[in-house]
Write a protein that binds this ligand. Structure first.
Ligand SMILES: [Zn+2]
Length: 265
């Protein structure tokens, strides 16, 4: 009777091992993608004015790659940035730049920022659309108190006229659709970049949308209104960006830059 009991024990060990491996594999598959903690603080804190200047300069003369221009100008003081930009203008490749007396830490920051801009393309001209087709005005109200301190404002309000068309800022899939208490008539798009984009207080939602449907950048989602908690406020689109880890980030700088491209059309 000794052998079967050993076999039993071995089978049990193997089973425990398999369950253990299974749990680890399941967790690895279902874990939201890790976003390094320096990515969004850098992107959302960029000055929209600076980004717009870089877009403008880049359109005027495309001798410098946009991401290299923005990474250098957003990281270094003008005095340090200019000699690098002069070299790039004279066709010196980025990898061959003479950094002169610029400290290694500053150089590392430029390299890291360039890497972020290349991977997260919110500011690259023509990558993302402004979500409203028509006249709008807005400020930065991210984090403002709502309902007497019960919650914070997790997006940007774009004010305009009721019925103004709302479009998707990027390609993606319809994840949420219809009524919720705060958002009223709302559309939630899972962008191809992995983020969740939230369009709220709509007057009407496009009848062509159903959950799971693919949308293209610029596709019509509905019209501006004041539904949900916006019932007594002026008409506006509440626009929010939620990262795959559940964190809402401030879309203000992105919107300012997208609006700049939209206004140029
Ligand atoms: Zn809002």
């Amino acid at each position: 009777m000794k052998v079967p009991s050993m076999m039993k024990r071995r089978l049990l060990t193997q089973l425990v091992f398999l369950i253990f491996v299974g749990i680890i594999a399941w967790q690895a598959i279902h874990r939201p993608p890790t976003i390094l903690s320096d990515v969004y603080p850098y992107l959302t804190s960029l000055s929209p004015t600076l980004v717009k200047q870089c877009i403008h300069d880049n359109q005027a003369s495309q001798t410098i790659v946009f991401e290299e221009l923005l990474a250098i100008r957003s990281t270094l003081p003008d005095g340090e940035a200019q000699p690098l930009l002069d070299q790039l203008k004279n066709s010196v490749p980025f990898s061959k730049l003479n950094w002169g007396t610029i400290p290694q830490t500053s150089k590392n920051n430029v390299l890291r920022h360039r890497e972020i801009l290349n991977k997260y393309t919110y500011y690259r001209p023509d990558q993302y659309r402004y979500p409203v087709i028509g006249t709008t005005w807005f400020g930065d109200s991210f984090g403002a108190d709502r309902e007497g301190g019960k919650r914070r404002h997790e997006g940007t309000d774009l004010f305009g006229k009721e019925g103004t068309p709302i479009v998707s800022i990027c390609g993606g899939e319809v994840e949420q659709l219809g009524w919720n208490r705060l958002g009223g008539e709302r559309v939630g798009i899972r962008g191809d970049d992995g983020n969740y984009y939230y369009y709220a207080h709509l007057q009407t939602i496009s009848t062509s949308l159903i959950k799971g449907k693919r949308v293209k950048p610029g596709e019509f989602l509905g019209t501006m209104g004041h539904t949900g908690v916006a019932l007594t406020t002026p008409d506006h689109l509440h626009f929010g960006i939620e990262l795959p880890n559940g964190q809402w980030i401030n879309p203000y700088a992105f919107l300012e830059v997208w609006k700049y491209s939209y206004d140029q059309l």
